[in-house]
Write a new protein. Structure first.
Length: 151
């Protein structure tokens, strides 16, 4: 079943402010254009170029938390809905023109408790904190794009 892309965010620097946008270029060497995390560096792994969060997982965590927190505060790059993202490294996810390989779980860090007390714990079960991924095929993505599992 296909889902759709409902949020795009990027951060120009570590711990910097999150900017939400409605479209962006995704590159093999840049990840989400303008996001500090996506650029590949010599001698470094590119396994965490992009972070992908499911709305359904975020909603479950927020319900458990018992208070409203906007998804941007999770500091993920892509928010998707209506698709069951695999919990397995190596799975391929197509978002619009771009193809991503899931490389692991996006573990929630203690910074989440600075956003809302208990958020880190609410994001721990069942990969609710999202997935980390590397770019396999670049391209332009935009809000409303189809999200599908490939292979």
């Amino acid at each position: 079943m296909a889902g759709r892309l409902i949020g795009i965010a990027r951060k120009g620097r570590a711990h910097g402010p999150v900017e939400t946008i409605d479209h962006v270029e995704v590159g093999l060497d840049t990840g989400i254009h303008g996001d500090h995390r996506g650029a590949t560096r010599p001698g470094k792994s590119n396994r965490r170029q992009v972070t992908i969060l499911r709305l359904e997982d975020w909603s479950a965590a927020i319900a458990e938390l018992g208070r409203g927190v906007s998804w941007e505060q999770r500091r993920a790059n892509l928010l998707v809905e209506g698709v069951d993202l695999p919990q397995a490294p190596g799975a391929m996810v197509r978002v619009g023109a771009a193809l991503f390989e899931i490389t692991g779980e996006c573990d929630p860090c203690r910074r989440m408790d600075a956003v809302a007390d208990g958020l880190q714990s609410a994001l721990r079960p069942d990969w609710r904190g999202g997935r980390i991924a590397r770019v396999i095929e670049g391209g332009r993505i935009a809000l409303g794009d189809t999200v599908e599992i490939e292979g």
